[in-house]
Design a protein around this ligand. Sequence first.
Ligand SMILES: C[S@@+](CC[C@H](N)C(=O)[O-])C[C@H]1O[C@@H](n2cnc3c(N)ncnc32)[C@H](O)[C@@H]1O
Length: 753
Amino acid sequence: MGKGRRMIKQGMPAPLDESKVTRKRKDAPPAPEAPIKKRKTVTKAPKKSAKPNGAEAGGRSKAKPVKKVAPKPPSDDEVSFSDDESDGDLENGMDGVNVTGLDALGSASESEDLDELEADDFGGSDDDVMDSDEELKKGKMWSDDEDDDEIEEKLTAANIEGLSRKLDMERAIEEAEAQAELEEAQMQTNIAGDRPKVLEDDEDEQGRPITNLETQDLQLLRTRLSDTIRVLDDFKNLGEEGRSRAEYRAQMLKDICAYYGYSHFLADKLLDLFPAREAFAFFEANETPRPIVIRTNTLRSHRRELAQSLINRGVQLEPVGKWSKVGLQIFDAQVPLGATPEYLAGHYILQAASSFLPVMALAPQEHERVLDMAAAPGGKTTHIAALMKNTGCVFANDASKDRAKGLIGNIHRLGVKNTVVCNYSALEFPKVMGGFDRVLLDAPCSGTGVIAKDASVKTNKTEQDFMKLPHLQKQLVLAAIDSVDHASKTGGYIVYSTCSVTLEENEQVVQYALNKRPNVKLVDTGLVFGKEGFTRIGGKIFHPSMKMTRRYYPHSYNVDGFFVAKFKKFGPTPANAVLAQGVAGNNKSQSNGAQSSNGTQQEGEIVDNAPIVDDENEDETDDFGGFDDEEDQMYMDRAERAKLRRKGQNPKASAPANGHAKSSPKKEQSKETKSKNDKVDARDVAPAVVVEEKKVTEKKIKAKKPVAGDDAAAVVVTEKVTEKVKKPSKKVNGSSTAAETKPVKKSGKRKST
Ligand SMILES: C[S@@+](CC[C@H](N)C(=O)[O-])C[C@H]1O[C@@H](n2cnc3c(N)ncnc32)[C@H](O)[C@@H]1O
């Protein structure tokens, strides 16, 4: 038995061991009161145990140590949003999609329910809790960005005292729980090596096994679950004769539904992701809340100063882990964390640890232009702005006007000054604006990674949701890719993230993007922990580079379930992208594509088409088949003439600087002898040409739907907005394309010097 999950450090844990899986607290014996150094703030009272699915565990009367109630903070993402937010706000394809109560969306967000702060979660004192003086003196607790020499004991002394008292108390509770569990296991579990009798012999008239086990008998259900897992772990030796693995798996599925209260459909989907034992750990971890974490807002404070202030207010905390320089894990708070003076002054934001990860992967740089496509309530936007030190420009967009209000609130509270809030469906990008150095798409999702926070996900997700949501996510990820400037000097990156663990919303979406956009490739996220994305699972095969994506699970890292993928865009968006989608799957190479193991293509995984091309061998093929050399040359020549005119020279009198004669020598070249390099030049030069055509206009950045009165005014700025330049139709592969648009360089771009 381990310590309560709220005490387990977030980040890389020890390998999974069932004995360490948090026991359901309903099973916990009454807390031994005597050995505990009782603190005034911790009240103990017997509490009725509850079924994991939320129902009362009938008749079971085991008491458990009762929670210390911390005042609930006005969770930053909940304050301003109504649950009944109209779907009309979520345009384009969101209708009828059962997105996890948007309040819980983005584990992301800061919706930890502080009422959950229970005393019995503060257990344990295992090694990974850094609380010793030794470590403190070595300066291990505070991150590299802080001056180690200044990690004074005075900062931590109060904290340590409180922590160690709590640890003593929790250790006693955990030991009692562990002992009870051991005794129970000895009584009820088959002795290792025996073949457990798990499957029922009796069958009903239709030949289905009759389950005699009362589903209400949680204890027996749990025992059977653990026996089933033991058999599945060692089927050869422990499986009953004449029984198949599938039968055991079916039994496990049934028991999981009964024990944890999942729909059959969702439990089946989640079970498919893991080996049996790990699946059990996953379901189990979803029954306990993740630790409360705050992110220091470095625009207004330093982590050390913030920690000191909160410790002075009686908050027990420590750095979230070495992987973050700004996170603080809260173990106990005697003040409402959402109403401290530090909170109100914007020194921190309540934010789940996993929500740091996409922004860390995005790694925005100072002076860049960054788009956060689905930004509300702004946990990640404000993190991005802080990393950029309020320089450059962040466009924080959300389709929900109500949620955008919360986003604006957070932006103001945290002192963010480089951000423009907009209210579009992200599907409208890059039409609204393009050419970003980096884009974050923290996509709307089913929330299967945040079940601990929103248990309704267990039952309210339907098969339709897992069709509609991925469909939207796929469209959004293409919009994200198309909004990035592949030629950005500092960036050219797209990060896609969800707080879901399903394949449909993660690897399949990423694979779809790879298939549809051969001008992107997956790159390392730079995150120091996380499991590799799947390259092969359940008959599905994904591109080998998928292992560069990262998966996070509650049972592995004690963080919300999460997925992070990082793309690098290395070529312009194919002019014929839309056409390519139309004819997808017909032909050509599968270099980015996925195939099922039997070689058949699967929906959303396969499609196209053009091969991936590295920057280096861009000259090998015209990947997108959409460049018209003559037309490009015309633009280049026109740009050259305009440039000369600007310099006061007569373009007719002098030859263009690039050596092309006015009449374009390219026209004289035969198609066969055209250099492929010319095409690359054309791509590079084309945007500048458009600038010459003065198609960039000065506009008010569209807070199309004004979002929040006075607040909105503060974040709406005047910017130069990209406009599209209509290009004439042209032939691609012999067929006429629709009139295409060409992204235009924005002269308003504020670049790093
Ligand atoms: C996971 S939440 C974003 C959390 C946010 N990134 C944060 O860290 O606070 C997903 C968001 O997507 C928004 N959304 C849903 N559909 C959208 C669309 N088509 N375009 C833009 N935003 C959308 C929802 O309103 C929701 O706020």
